[in-house]
Design a protein around this ligand. Structure first.
Ligand code: CP
Ligand code: NVA
Length: 299
């Protein structure tokens, strides 16, 4: 049984296969007559809707559950929750505050577990982001992507995914908010080129795409004031984008804050890929679910 708690749970070949599967127009109904439980401890627009519709596209029935509805970790342990859900469902996806909850769920071996965002990682976002870049560029290997902003959960998964697909990553984050050195080492261990830049302009110079994310992730609200101060100078604006390669795309996983981490003229301008990116969450999740279930109709 396979789980996807981060992109590193896939091999580079498997990630490539998922991207190809996502392009298939006619997905098999591998979930016919089966359910998928989608647990959310935090708010979600894209992930919940894309995951539900991915399950529908595979012939299954999604059930989205708020963490507090089932008292995840309060009324019942995460392990017992998934042991029970396995009696009704083929797979569980979960968005959790603490990554270790996903690990506990996966350790039961009760059913495949997919990370729908944790404090550490957002693998299904990274798969959609690579799909978006591949569609924009035509191919991935040899291209470059600048990450400007927080070295957060989204950055972590994207850097690993980029390394697996031959996309060079340039990182620019303020001191104290850089991507964990172990993640950078892991990306390099996969053969990836990861450049840690001193300034956003250095990371963006000549890059084929520029990506950012919120400066305050869900659960970090108490740090807002300190983060706003630390990230001053990291807003992706038109001047910064002019330093990138001609035709460079702009990525943001959304939700976005115009005038904070990105200016409106960038996110609403011609470089922006964010709506395609949001749309690509659906084929990315669909291909992942299909692959995890073996691509065969369930009995
Ligand atoms: N990008 C993303 O995961 O969006 P949601 O939080 O709305 O699911
Ligand atoms: N880094 C953000 C991503 C939201 C999709 C967060 O964790 O809140």
């Amino acid at each position: 049984m396979r789980h996807v708690l981060d992109v590193g749970d896939l091999s580079p070949a498997e990630l490539g296969a998922l991207l190809d599967l996502a392009e298939r127009p006619d997905p098999p109904r591998v979930l016919a007559g089966r359910g998928v439980a989608l647990i959310f401890e935090k708010p979600s627009n894209r992930t919940r809707n894309a995951a539900e519709m991915a399950v529908v596209a595979l012939g299954g029935h999604p059930i989205a559950i708020r963490g507090e509805e089932i008292g995840l970790g309060v009324r019942e342990s995460p392990e017992d929750v998934v042991r029970v859900l396995a009696r009704y469902h083929a797979l569980v996806g979960a968005r959790v505050a603490d990554h270790s909850v996903l690990e506990a769920m996966a350790r039961t071996g009760a059913l495949p577990v997919v990370n729908l965002l944790s404090d550490l990682a957002h693998p299904t976002q990274a798969i959609a982001d690579l799909l978006t870049l591949r569609r924009h560029w035509g191919s991935l290997a040899g291209r470059s992507l600048a990450w400007v902003g927080d070295g957060n959960n989204v950055a972590r998964s994207l850097v690993i995914a980029a390394a697996m697909t031959g996309v060079e990553v340039r990182l620019a984050s303020p001191a104290g908010y850089r991507l964990d050195g172990a993640v950078v080492d892991a990306a390099r261990g996969l053969g990836g080129t990861v450049i840690e830049a001193d300034r956003p302009a250095d990371a963006v110079a000549g890059a084929d795409a520029v990506a950012t994310d919120v400066w305050v992730s869900m659960g970090q609200e108490a740090e807002s004031a300190a983060r706003m101060e630390a990230f001053a100078g990291y807003r992706v604006d038109a001047a910064m984008m002019r330093g990138a390669a001609a035709g460079a795309g702009f990525l943001h996983c959304l939700p976005a804050h115009r005038g904070v981490e990105v200016d409106a003229e960038v996110i609403d301008g011609p470089a922006s890929l964010v709506w395609e990116q949001a749309g690509n969450r659906l084929p990315a999740l669909r291909s992942l679910f299909e692959w995890l279930l073996g691509g065969q109709p369930c009995a």
